[in-house]
Write a protein that binds this ligand. Structure first.
Ligand code: FAD
Length: 401
């Protein structure tokens, strides 16, 4: 297998790089470069600019508003987008819901939801996990009882990212509590977050940010027309969605960008009177991370060039390797910058309180904010299916243990 990019792919990379350079608002790029997360309005602004160019729904076929790219083109786009750095696309809309609607939705559902999802007119969130149903997702309890042409939904979801921003949630609910197998009694519903009976409560994470939520459903009426695919067959939909989620989660471009930033600040920071970039242990560490990133890039190319799926259409279990190594490197590449910042990168300076006070941080702005992404990314080995669970998948599906 030849893993070099073709001249057409190199030209495509140049086109993407040029478009991002010319169209990404400078204030957004600057904020992301020093480590701030994209705000909702940043993501909406950028996704709409991309959508206008036909580049938002990157994995959807052309007939549904996608650009019709090959998997390698998609990979190049994602890398360039992260390297810019630009806000990531809303993955709930693009990577998760969109492909589900295209695969399982009715024509009416596709027409109604896809264009709005691509343009971020609707912000979606994912209501899968519950207290007691995370890794063991099939034990979920949120109930949906048929009541005429509606379901009556009762229960609780947890760890729902950006639910406080969301217009809609796609949720797994139990429609047949008597089913022989737990997986057989589950359905996949689209729920308008404005429906009476929904309560969203914030969970503040270790970096002091509000990204996660608990979502409570009390007698929430959801039209039967909002069910995707057959009743009690929602597990098939969920498996399809989770396979896509895992493939996109390596975020290689983000790790590369963080490492480039570490090198940039290491030219500025001095240790024993000399720039940190000349320090041999620091250089060795950065070099090792670059080697690891290159190895992951080649693995990703192998998985991606096969479309992230096996010949039978099921998710490629090798995508679990991308999830494990990708998130380990995502965590590791935030560490050199933290070390470069030393005491100036202490979490206390990263807090929202500091941002609200009039006192400037006692060092460069990047150092003051580094602890927040460093701390938040500890969660990367948990979300999208924990890395232990990915190792179980690999041991069964790849090693046959
Ligand atoms: C930042 C963040 C964002 C998230 N966003 C969302 C979201 O938007 N929507 C959503 O639905 N969920 C979301 N989640 C939830 C996430 O999917 C779950 O946290 C994850 O699946 C783990 O479930 P759990 O937290 O219940 O842990 P548990 O399943 O209770 O696991 C606890 C520990 O036990 C280990 N473990 C469990 N079972 C096994 C096993 N069989 N073999 C080996 N080890 C095992 C796990 O690896 C873990 O270390 C998010 C989580 C985080 C941290």
């Amino acid at each position: 297998m030849d893993l070099r990019f073709t001249p057409e792919e190199d030209a495509f990379r140049e086109e993407v790089r040029g478009f991002i350079r010319d169209n990404l608002p400078d204030d957004i790029r600057k904020r992301l470069r020093i480590g701030y997360p994209a705000r909702k309005k940043d993501t909406v602004t950028w996704q709409r600019i991309l959508n206008k160019r036909g580049w938002a729904a990157i994995s959807w076929p052309k007939e549904y508003g996608g650009p019709g790219w090959t998997p390698v083109q998609r990979m190049i786009f994602l890398e360039e987008n992260s390297l810019a750095p630009a806000p990531e696309l809303n993955s709930f809309n693009i990577t998760m819901l969109g492909p589900v609607l295209i695969q399982f939705g009715t024509e009416e559902q596709k027409k109604r939801y896809l264009p709005r999802a691509a343009n971020l007119d609707d912000w979606w969130c994912q209501g899968f996990s519950e207290p007691g149903a995370g890794s063991d997702l099939a034990s979920l309890k949120t109930a949906a009882k048929r009541d005429g042409d509606h379901y009556l939904v009762n229960g609780q979801k947890i760890w729902t990212s950006t639910a406080h921003h969301a217009d809609w949630v796609f949720a797994l609910v139990r429609t047949d509590p008597q089913a022989k197998k737990r997986q057989e009694g589950i359905s996949f519903l689209l729920i308008d977050m404005k429906t009476p009976g929904i309560t969203v409560r914030p969970i503040i994470s270790i970096d002091g940010s509000h990204h996660l939520n608990e979502v409570f459903f009390d007698d929430v009426r959801v039209p039967v027309a909002n069910r995707i695919y057959e009743e009690n067959r929602g597990w098939d939909v969920a498996k399809f969605l989770l396979g896509n989620e895992r493939t996109g989660i390596a975020r290689l471009g983000k790790s590369k960008e963080r490492l480039e930033f570490a090198k940039e600040v290491a030219r500025e920071v001095r240790t024993a009177g000399r720039p940190l970039i000349g320090d041999i242990p620091f250089r060795q560490r950065v070099a090792q991370l670059e080697v690891d990133l290159k190895a992951l890039e080649l693995t990703q190319l192998r998985v991606v060039s096969a479309g992230g799926r096996r010949q039978d259409g099921k998710p490629d279990p090798f995508s679990s390797i991308l999830k494990i190594k990708g998130t380990e490197l995502l965590q590791a590449t935030t560490e050199p910058v933290m070390d470069a910042g030393g005491p100036l990168a202490m979490p206390v300076w990263a807090s929202e309180l500091q941002a609200m006070s009039n006192e400037p941080p006692p060092g460069p702005e990047w150092a003051a904010y580094m602890a927040a992404p460093y701390l938040f990314l500890r969660a990367a080995s948990i979300y999208g299916g924990t890395n232990e669970i990915q190792k179980n998948i690999l041991s069964k599906a790849v090693l046959g243990l």
